[in-house]
Structure formats: structure tokens, C-alpha cells
Ligand binder design. Structure first.
Ligand code: HEC
Ligand code: HEC
Length: 306
């Protein structure tokens, strides 16, 4: 509670709080002393004959009221609440969170450490490990890749067979540990404007086996070796070292409509997968990598893709 820029704000909270409690006690004391109005009406009348009497509150009610005040005073003495006063117990929400994390680490740490010693292949075949991996995935990855890991526009599907950065378990682990950044430059100017972009989009459609305009695609094809080959490769199969995707499989990260492809080529795209090494630690990432590797179902077939 030492986040205040000056002591003023601490007093700004403390003084009205304490004054409020003192005032409440004082006010109720003077009320209960002046019992002289007992049995008299306040003069308020509703619905013709419904009168309000000025009777004292029942004793149990008043005691309950004093009890809540006593609770408040004790609470404010023990826990942080009065400005920057930390409370006699020294409790903080951060400290409580850290205690929980420490307890969880003590409980699960040895289990994680055990899996960390094993090959990813072995971990990916262990049902218990995959269950932990799934929980971790839902907590830390689902916000971007979806709880079913099927991704969305700009966030890759982790269940399909296309891997921008390589789909063998080791490559997946590297991706999660260190993060990745994929940069597709904008080509509108090098392609000579929107017509050039549209022609290139037709060629990309042709590459992925879709319907295309043959005349325009031929124009795009001419430019491919000069502008695109360096990253997407001579056969447009992509390059996992820089995350350039395969353009021949009709699987799209940024949308496969003619319009989306034109936008991708014209304006470029950028995707960033954050690094998780420091945030989660190697043991959790190991379990996550095994889980993600297991998602395509047939673990054996994709390890030598591309
Ligand atoms: C400097 C390397 C580089 C060059 C050169 C390059 N690209 Fe890309 N391209 C990428 C990367 C990296 C991505 C993935 C972007 C991401 O991570 O979001 C990409 C993505 C794409 C996509 C989107 C694929 C999808 O699944 O949505 C298309 C289409 C594409 N590039 C076409 C082209 C064309 C056509 C050219 C030549 C005019 C070209 N690229 C030149 C690196 C490159
Ligand atoms: C802030 C959003 C975000 C979070 C959180 C995130 N990712 Fe990603 N991830 C991405 C993006 C964006 C890409 C694609 C990077 C690119 O376009 O180059 C990606 C790429 C990947 C890839 C590479 C896919 C391929 O085709 O090679 C894997 C594997 C992956 N993420 C796994 C995970 C796991 C496991 C987690 C949880 C620990 C996670 N991601 C958390 C945004 C995220």
C-alpha cells in the first residue's frame, strides 16, 4: 500500500474513515440516551392511518450494529485499509498469491521436473502429462489460440498439419520458449500498385489449387522469383527458419479469400508469438510442447513434415 505519490492521499482515506466510525458511535450513543421520545409518533402518517412511532431499535439489532463496528475496527487494525497503514498482520494480496504459487510449486514441482527429464516423444505419449499440458494450455495459450487450439485469423491453428516454424516437438518447444516473430513485408509499391497486387494474388491462388485468372496469374508468376522466392522458397513451400508459410496447401493464417490474400500481399502482415521461457519456466513449456505436439492426433506422421 505504498503506491501513493504523497502522504496526503493516505490521510485523505484515513481521516474520514476514523472520523466516520467515531461519529457513528457518538451519534448512536446520543440517540439511545434520549429515551424521552419513546412511544411518541414522529408525526409522519401514510395511507390515512399508518403512523410512524419513534421507538428505540430492538436490543439485538443495536448489538448487531455495535458488533459490525467492532468488526470494522479490528479488521482495519489487522489488515491494510487505512491509507498506507499496512495492518498489524502484514498481509498483502501479493504475498498471499506468492504463498499459493509456492505451495503449488512444492506440490507439482517434482512432477514437472520428472517430465522435464523425459524426451518430448515420451511425454507426449503419457496421458497424465497431456492432461496437465491441456490445463496449462487453457490457462496460458487459449486466449490467443482458442481453447480448442484451432486458432483464428492471425493466430495459427495448432491442430492442422501446417507448421510455420516446424512441427516436430523440439521445434514447437523452441517456439514456445523463445517466441517467434513473422514479418511479411508490404508489396504494393514493389509490385507497382494495386493491379500488380491483384495479379500476384491470382498467382498465389493458383499455387494453392484454387480458381484463378490465368492471365493475371501469369503476370504475378513472373515477379515471384524476384520478390517472394527468398522467403517462401522456389516451390512456395515456405521456410520454417523465418516462419514463411507454405503457399501451396490452401491453409491460411490471414484468411484465404481473394480479398484477404490481396490485403496480405499489398499491406503485409506481422505476427508475434510471445516468449514463455521466463514466464512459465522450462518444465511447464516442456509439458505444453508435448501437449501441442500430440494435438494433430497422429504423432508419428508430422514429425518429418517439410
Ligand atoms: C522477408 C520474407 C518474405 C518475403 C520476401 C515474402 N514473404 Fe510472404 N510471408 C512471410 C512471412 C514471415 C509470412 C507470415 C506472416 C506472419 O507470421 O503473420 C508471410 C505470409 C504470406 C502470406 C499469408 C499466408 C497465410 O497463410 O495467410 C502470403 C499470401 C504471402 N506471404 C505471399 C507472399 C508473396 C506473394 C510474396 C512476394 C510478393 C511474399 N509473400 C514475400 C515472409 C515473406
Ligand atoms: C498473445 C497471443 C499469443 C499467446 C498468449 C500464445 N501465442 Fe502462440 N502464437 C501467437 C501468434 C500470433 C503466432 C504466429 C506467429 C507468427 O505469425 O509468426 C503463434 C505461433 C505459435 C506456434 C507456432 C505455430 C506454427 O505454425 O509453427 C506455436 C507452436 C504456438 N504459438 C504455441 C503456443 C503455446 C503453447 C502458447 C501458450 C504457452 C502460446 N502459443 C501462446 C500468439 C500467441
Amino acid at each position: 500500500m505504498s503506491d501513493f505519490v504523497s502522504g496526503y492521499w493516505s490521510w485523505f482515506i484515513t481521516v474520514p474513515t476514523v472520523a466516520g466510525i467515531v461519529w457513528l458511535l457518538f451519534f448512536t450513543r446520543s440517540q439511545s440516551k434520549s429515551g424521552s421520545t419513546d412511544g411518541e409518533t414522529t408525526g409522519h402518517v401514510w395511507d390515512e392511518d399508518l403512523q410512524e412511532y419513534n421507538n428505540p431499535l430492538p436490543l439485538w439489532w443495536r448489538n448487531l450494529f455495535y458488533l459490525t463496528i467492532a468488526f470494522g475496527v479490528v479488521y482495519l487494525a489487522l489488515y491494510p485499509g487505512l491509507g498506507s497503514f499496512p495492518g498489524l498482520l502484514g498481509w498483502t494480496s501479493k504475498g498471499e498469491y506468492e504463498d499459493e504459487v509456492r505451495a503449488a510449486d512444492a506440490q507439482f514441482g517434482p512432477i514437472y521436473a520428472d517430465f522435464l527429464q523425459q524426451d518430448l516423444e515420451k511425454v507426449a505419449a503419457n496421458k497424465d502429462a497431456l492432461r496437465i499440458g491441456e490445463r496449462l494450455f487453457v490457462n496460458y495459450c487459449a486466449s490467443c489460440h482458442g481453447s480448442d487450439a484451432r486458432g483464428s485469423r492471425g493466430f495459427p491453428n495448432l491442430r492442422d498439419t501446417e507448421w510455420m516454424y516446424g512441427g516436430d516437438p523440439k521445434a514447437i518447444e523452441t517456439t514456445i520458449l523463445n517466441g517467434r516473430q513473422g514479418v511479411m513485408p508490404a508489396w504494393e509499391i514493389p509490385l507497382g500498385g494495386q493491379d500488380g497486387v491483384n495479379a500476384m494474388a491470382e498467382y498465389v491462388l493458383q499455387l494453392s489449387g484454387r480458381e484463378y485468372d490465368a492471365q493475371l496469374a501469369a503476370i504475378g508468376k513472373e515477379k515471384y522469383p524476384q520478390l517472394c522466392i527468398g522467403c517462401h522458397g522456389p516451390e512456395a513451400k515456405g521456410n520454417p527458419a523465418i516462419g514463411a508459410p507454405d503457399l501451396t496447401n490452401n491453409i491460411w493464417l490471414h484468411g484465404g479469400s481473394r480479398q484477404s490474400i490481396r490485403e496480405t500481399i499489398g499491406a503485409g502482415r506481422m505476427g508475434r508469438m510471445p516468449a514463455h521461457k521466463d514466464f512459465l519456466g522450462e518444465a511447464k513449456v516442456h509439458l505444453l510442447a508435448a501437449y501441442v505436439a500430440s494435438l494433430t492426433g497422429d504423432y508419428e506422421t508430422f514429425s518429418d513434415e517439410r
